[in-house]
Design a protein around this ligand. Structure first.
Ligand SMILES: [Zn+2]
Length: 82
């Protein structure tokens, strides 16, 4: 008998892991460069501390198409202006 693997309930840890993967893919797609101002990440050892994967539409989830690479100053400004 097969296990009932069709049920798709992700716990919060899996959701977090999924977002981390999507975040990395978004950075790779955008060349680790801010899509607003062109700032390039000074990442060391593959860790990115100065970029954010911004959700273009907050309600649309963590799909790669909904993520945009932005530097931290830009994301901070966006939060202030909206
Ligand atoms: Zn920027």
């Amino acid at each position: 008998m097969a296990q009932p693997s069709a049920t798709f309930t992700m716990d919060s840890r899996e959701v977090q892991f999924h977002l981390l993967q999507q975040r990395k893919l978004a950075f790779q797609r955008d060349g680790y460069t801010c899509t607003e101002c062109g700032y390039k990440s000074q990442r060391g050892k593959g860790e990115v501390h100065d970029l954010e994967a911004h959700h273009i539409d907050r309600a649309a989830g963590d799909m790669l198409d909904n993520l945009q690479t932005l530097c931290l100053p830009v994301t901070t400004n966006e939060q202030l202006s909206s």
